[in-house]
Ligand binder design. Structure first.
Ligand code: ADE
Length: 236
């Protein structure tokens, strides 16, 4: 357990994430000791009888904001000097595979999931180290966004995918290109054939075909990726 990634999720709706973190690859990674998940409920750090975590914004305006005291209490209960405190917000830096790779090398990630209209600015200023957006759209809360980031990070932990290099050739992997088309048996299905080269057993030709297909597909679908593709770092 010494080397495992520790993930603390601060949310008032842990139920939104519990099933997600227990099932499939996330559950397996935790069972295998690669990662440890824990929930921190800001309500446990409230002092009023209603255990309220939100309040109206100063200056007026619609919606409610998350109050500073419960969030400071929750974060400070787990934060260490090396922790990354990640707030999920549409105002954050856009999440991508490179950010996922960077976070997969950390020891302790704290995800702060905002709910309602947002979070008191003093939390952001004092305790948050990273602000991440998962895309240019607005969700009702940060828990769903944190699930996306956690999934992308945990699957990169050494051993999570069985260590067969599965993350190197996929889309946005080492090459920076989208992935080539893939086929499995049967070789013919409803009249549609698997490309002959894949049946040839000729490894060099298969590799060349895949590289060509990846470039073609990326150029067509995501020309913006071509500029910063890491094609030149491939060693084949
Ligand atoms: N919370 C609400 N919308 C979000 C988004 N797009 N990314 C991250 N967190 C969010």
């Amino acid at each position: 357990m010494l080397d495992s990634l520790e993930v603390d999720v601060i949310t008032i709706f842990p139920g939104m994430l519990r099933g997600f973190l227990e099932e499939s690859m996330m559950g397996r990674a935790a069972a295998n000791g690669l990662v440890r998940f824990r929930f921190i409920d800001p309500r446990d750090f409230t002092k009023d009888v209603h255990r309220s975590t939100d309040d109206r914004p100063y200056g007026g305006g619609p919606g409610m904001l998350m109050k500073p005291e419960p969030l400071f209490g929750a974060i400070e209960s787990v934060k260490r000097p090396e922790s990354r405190v990640i707030m999920l917000t549409p105002q954050g830096e856009r999440f991508d595979q490179r950010r996922a790779e960077g976070l997969s090398r950390e020891r302790h990630l704290i995800f702060l999931c905002g709910h309602y209209e947002g979070v008191d600015e003093r939390v952001r200023e004092s305790l948050v180290t990273d602000e991440i957006s998962i895309g240019d759209y607005v969700l009702t809360n940060g828990a769903v966004a944190s699930a996306v980031v956690i999934d992308a990070v945990v699957r990169l932990l050494p051993g999570a995918l069985g260590g067969d290099g599965a993350t190197e050739e996929e889309s946005f992997g080492r090459s920076g290109l989208l992935e080539y088309p893939q086929y499995t048996r049967p070789a013919e299905f409803r009249g549609m054939q698997v490309p002959q080269v894949l049946l040839s057993g000729h490894h060099a030709e298969v590799a060349r075909w895949r590289q060509e297909q990846a470039v073609k597909r990326t150029r067509l679908r995501r020309p913006d990726l071509m500029a910063d593709s890491r094609e030149d770092t491939r060693d084949e």
